[in-house]
Write a protein that binds this ligand. Sequence first.
Ligand SMILES: Nc1ncnc2c1ncn2[C@@H]1O[C@H](COP(=O)(O)OP(=O)(O)O)[C@@H](O)[C@H]1O
Ligand SMILES: [Mg+2]
Length: 237
Amino acid sequence: MLKINGLERGFGSGSNRLEVLKGIEMEVSQGELVALMGPSGCGKSTLLNIIGGLLEGEKGKIKLEEFEYGKDAPAKLVELRRKGVGWIFQDFHLLPHLTALDNVALTLDLAGKNEIEAEELAKVALERVGLSDRMDHIPDQLSGGQQQRVAIARAISGNRRLLLADEPTGNLDIASGDEVLNLFKELCHREEDPLSILMVTHDPHLASQADRMLLMKDGKVAASDIRSAWGIGGEEE
Ligand SMILES: Nc1ncnc2c1ncn2[C@@H]1O[C@H](COP(=O)(O)OP(=O)(O)O)[C@@H](O)[C@H]1O
Ligand SMILES: [Mg+2]
């Protein structure tokens, strides 16, 4: 469902030039939960931002379902952001004065659904993440794990098929992190309409539960396993 070829991106110019992505080749299939690891500053967020249509690449191609882009400016990728990808961030990004239901419905409103339809779809999404009994709570009345589930409901509402999760469990305790990961697995592995998730994480325990691990190094991504994620070998001899 997602295919990236030869993606390059750097920042700055002249002697301040920093090459970050140096020819990314990767694919994610429908129904796959893929973990992306790599040292801080290696370009994981840059890659996610380009896939999500928030930043343009300088070279290369991305194909995500019906969308083809790569070097296109974010201003041209409105449809991709509305329909193609959903985002999940470390710090949830929920609006503090809105209920769970309104946090989810707002995104659908902005995507052009009418009020009634937005509320219906928001309810369905919140049910899918197991929060039917918390719809009228504001973020402060929810645990960290529950807040992240509201953010996941928001990301999957409106039928988005690829979720980009940038360190989604970074602000959660171990139990809530596991809860979020189990929800990810459920969404990816269900029979009907499975989602795909590309998740950046620093946690080898979580990464090892994904269907596949990728390691970003020197501007490229390569398949990885739990040993190299822990930094205990994994290099070819
Ligand atoms: N807008 C920007 N302008 C200049 N440098 C940037 C910008 N965004 C990211 N960088 C640099 O690119 C590198 C990769 O950043 P990032 O993708 O955030 O890494 P990661 O998410 O893996 O920690 C870092 O050195 C960072 O400072
Ligand atoms: Mg980052």
